[in-house]
Design a protein around this ligand. Sequence first.
Ligand code: PSV
Ligand code: MN
Ligand code: MN
Length: 389
Amino acid sequence: MTTHTVQPESILDALAIELPSWAFGNSGTRFKVFGTLGTPRTIHEKIADAATVHRLTGLAPAVALHIPWDLVDSFTDLKAYAADQGVRLGTVNSNTFQDDEYKFGSLTHTDKTVRQKAIDHHIRCLDIMTEIGSQDLKVWLADGTNYPGQGDIRGRQDRLAESLAAIYQHVGEGQRLVLEYKFFEPAFYVTDVPDWGTSYAHTVALGDRAAVCLDTGHHAPGTNIEFIVAQLLRLGKLGSFDFNSRFYADDDLIVGAADPFQLFRILFEVIRGGGLSPESDLALMLDQCHNVEAKIPGQIRSVLNVQEMTLRAALVDTAALTAAQEAGDVLGANGIFMDAFYTDVRPQLASWRESRGLPADPMRAFAESGYQQQIETDRVGGTQTSWGA
Ligand code: PSV
Ligand code: MN
Ligand code: MN
């Protein structure tokens, strides 16, 4: 049995959380998308906002792109722009859910021309990744059906496997395809990649350059997510996380807001399974939208929540825990676990920040920086970006 124990300080130094470009754009529900003063009009402005989060927290060195939302003429120039801002370009998210042709599916579609269009889109994303030096192609599919009998469940899996294999041939050295699952929405009956088992089966069939992406908001209520984390890490197939939190469905709220204890339990298994050790290539990312709250502080709060629960999880006395578990001391073991969860690490994190030249209180530092007022003055005219555009 391999148990990974870590020094809390080294974990803090290693923690890096990618920010999604779309978190800085407007977002909402099907009822309303509210515009906000200062919202980025371009990917450059999104990157500038993401870099601000990193400058104040030291936690967010990369920005994930969504193609075609973040398409530019020159990705080489965009890479240089990001570097100037102090961040790098990270995961590339594909998008096969917005074109009319995809009404009945993309990689699973019965029409070969539609499947080929979706495959070609992913190959284009891989080319962009090569240009910007990005590791992960994240594939989330909206494919599925709404009514029993509407589609051939099995045939759709076969076509999915074939399409993924065609994309996988183009995954270069140092690159990975991470396949994200989600139990429902937009499809309400069958979703073609609904759960970790399906994602696991497809990524095992593809090979070593494919792994599972676990989005914390993509499970049925009551699902034990930390169990899935433990299992996928054991199997060497947990590629990446999309962090967010939810009360009901795929709410995309601030990670750790709805259930900090769940986040703690997940991060405990991440550490336990070696996901934060130096040799791990597990990628941590946020996948959130800020519909009513301020976006940049929303992202700052999110990465701080992940950091806080990571440190608490690292504080679990694993030697004492193992001893209690092996002695059958149920309440003792649970008590050791809970002691770490209830530890207030905020003063320790403030000192960690100060020792690295970061503001002790990043939320406050942002509020006092004048950045928000500046972007509200500067960003007039043009079209504000939003989820889906
Ligand atoms: C849709 O559910 C979704 O939120 C997935 O989680 C993707 O990661 C994200 O959109 C971006 O495509
Ligand atoms: Mn996601
Ligand atoms: Mn989602």
